[in-house]
Design a protein around this ligand. Sequence first.
Ligand SMILES: [Zn+2]
Length: 105
Amino acid sequence: MKKEYTCICGKKMKETELEFEGFIVKGWKCDNCGEELLDPLAVEKIREMKNSLVVKVREVGKSIVVTIPYILKDLAGLHEGEKIAWRIENGELVLGKSLLKRAMV
Ligand SMILES: [Zn+2]
C-alpha cells in the first residue's frame, strides 16, 4: 500500500526517488513548494550499511590486515579460495578480480 503524506504547505506529496548520501532512496516530494521527505527506514538501512563498511587497518607480522565486510562478499561475487588482487586507482586501493583477468591476456 502506498503511503501518502501532506506537505507543510498543505498539498499532497508525490512518491518519488531521492538522493541520500550517494544512494537513491524512496521518498516523497511536493510539486508545489519542493519540500522533500525521505523514507526513514531506507535512511536507517543506508546508515547501518555504511557503518559496516568501515574497517580498521591492523598489523600482523610484516603485513597489514584489513577485513572485507560480509556485506561486500555477495555484492562482489567473492568465493572462498578464490584469488583476488590489489591495484591502485587514483591513489585508492582497489581489491578485485579484474587485475588477474588482465594479467592472463
Ligand atoms: Zn509543499
